[in-house]
Design a protein around this ligand. Sequence first.
Ligand code: AR6
Length: 168
Amino acid sequence: MIEVIKGDITKVSADIIVNAANNTLLGGGGVDGAIHRAAGKAILEQCLHIRHGQGGCKTGEAVITTAGHLNARYIIHTVGPLYQDGHHREAALLAACYKNSLMLALRYAAHSIAFPNISTGIYGYPKQQAASIAIATVRAFLGEYTQIKKVLFVCYDQENFTLYSNLL
Ligand code: AR6
C-alpha cells in the first residue's frame, strides 16, 4: 500500500498529488513551483480564490484544487513547518500535513495519493526525522481508514529516497 519512488512528482499518476506549498498559496520554488508550472494557470486562480475566502492556508493545514494538466484529479496544497530547532511544534505540524491531506483525500473519494517530502527542501526539516514522521503518520492513517489503497512517496533527491527505502 505504501510505495517509494525517486523522481518528479509532476510526472506521477495518482488521484491526488500533494503540493508542499506556503501560507500564501501563491506558489514558490521547489516542488511548489514545479507543480504550478506543470499544472497550469487555472490552479493559481483557484488558490487565489481560496485566499480570498479564508486568507491562505495555515501551517499543518491543507486545501484542495483541481489538478490542471497533471495526471491527477486534484492537488492538495499543504503547508509544512519551517524548521527552526525542533522546539516549535515542527513534528506535530509536519504530521498534521500528512494527516490533514489524507483526511481531505478521503472526503474527495480518492484511492491513491502521492506525497513529496514536505518541508525537507527550502524549509530545512532534517530528512531522517521528516521521513519517520511521514511514514508513521501514513501507516497510522491506513490502519484506521481503508479507502486509500495506495500512498506513493515521491523522492526527488537520493538522500530522501535512500531514507524512505530503508524505513519501508
Ligand atoms: N518532485 C518531487 N519532489 C520535489 C520536486 C519535484 N518536482 N522538486 C523538489 N522536490 P521544497 P519545502 C523535493 O523546497 O521544504 C516553496 O517555495 C525537494 O527535493 O519544494 O516544504 C514553497 O512555496 C524536497 O525534498 O518544499 C514554500 O515556500 C521536497 O520536495 C517552500 O518552498 C520539499 O522541498 C516549502 O518548502
